[in-house]
Ligand binder design. Structure first.
Ligand SMILES: [Zn+2]
Length: 292
């Protein structure tokens, strides 16, 4: 069983929720950066794939009683071919198992915040029941998506289409519980978002304020700590030049000594700080939630 972490900063208690591992092509993960460089920092398998986490963040608020889950992994609604391409590993962890281990169940989640709707971020919203029909995993949750992202996910271009699955988006749309929001949304005092448009239009990064510190769920802006240097941008990004500008502004705000990044996809680093060395940014401390 994977070690799950937590940290308490009233009114918030934060919990890591691991939902399984999978693998993505290392070349696609590092865009124009050659393998001779990225392979010094991250291992790849015989098919050139690197190991990826699908690590979600659960936030319990004593102030409002709300229980937020940010993203929910890929879910399990795949055929064998798809599973073998992406090397899904649910022996490592599952959404249901990790929620239980942290003392929660899916029915108690009041809010699911989606960074964005690519399949590895929202597939856990539904599962197949014994009859093979889709059912909601979070029957009582409100869903939160940035409005501009919902528009792009509803009418994707040919390149991004393969990341948005109708069986993921349909039930969210039909639930009657979908809330479309703007950049700078305030979920409650101390829990806000910032919005990025390079990876996909309208990706939100939730920000939790923790008594003078802040933790940012960096989702696919910085999928791993190895992506901190400015030009290390995923080939998957829709608008890489926009990502470059967004990273520059974002990272400049992260070297204040009180900002911590929560990595969704980094298999080895859960939380990290950022350092600047001359003009270059790099990982500072590698931490877990419990260290904040
Ligand atoms: Zn994505």
């Amino acid at each position: 069983m994977v070690m799950l972490t937590k940290t308490a900063h009233p009114p918030f208690t934060l919990y890591s929720v691991e939902t399984g591992r999978f693998k993505l092509d290392g070349g696609a993960m590092f865009g124009v950066v050659p393998k001779t460089l990225w392979s010094r920092h991250i291992e790849s398998d015989d098919k050139n794939r690197i190991n990826m986490a699908m690590r979600c963040l659960l936030i319990k608020s004593e102030a409002t009683g709300r229980t937020y889950l940010i993203d929910n992994g890929s879910g399990h609604k795949f055929d064998e071919k798809f599973s073998s391409i992406y090397g899904f590993d649910y022996a490592h962890s599952t959404l249901e198992g990790s929620l239980k281990q942290q003392g929660f169940d899916a029915a108690g989640i009041t809010d699911v915040i989606f960074s964005h709707l690519h399949f590895d971020h929202c597939g856990g919203t539904t599962r197949l029941n014994e009859e093979g029909n889709l059912e909601h995993v979070f029957p009582n949750a409100r869903y939160w998506v940035v409005e501009s992202h919902w528009e792009t996910a509803s009418r994707p271009n040919a390149r991004e289409k393969s990341s948005f699955f109708p069986e993921n988006l349909g039930p969210i749309s039909d639930s009657g519980r979908l809330n479309l929001i703007k950049p700078g949304h305030v979920y409650e005092d101390g829990l806000t978002n910032m919005v990025m448009n390079g990876h996909t239009i309208g990706q939100q990064l939730p920000v939790v304020h923790l008594n003078g510190k802040r933790l940012i769920f960096v989702a696919d802006l910085l999928p791993t700590h190895v992506h901190i240097p400015l030009p290390w941008i995923m080939g998957y990004d829709m608008y890489p030049a926009t990502t470059l500008e967004e990273k520059e502004e974002f990272l400049a705000g992260c070297i204040d000594g009180k900002t911590y990044l929560f990595f969704e996809h980094d298999a080895d680093c859960e939380v990290g700080t950022v350092e600047k060395d001359g003009k270059n940014y790099r990982i500072g401390k590698k931490l877990t939630l419990s260290d904040i």
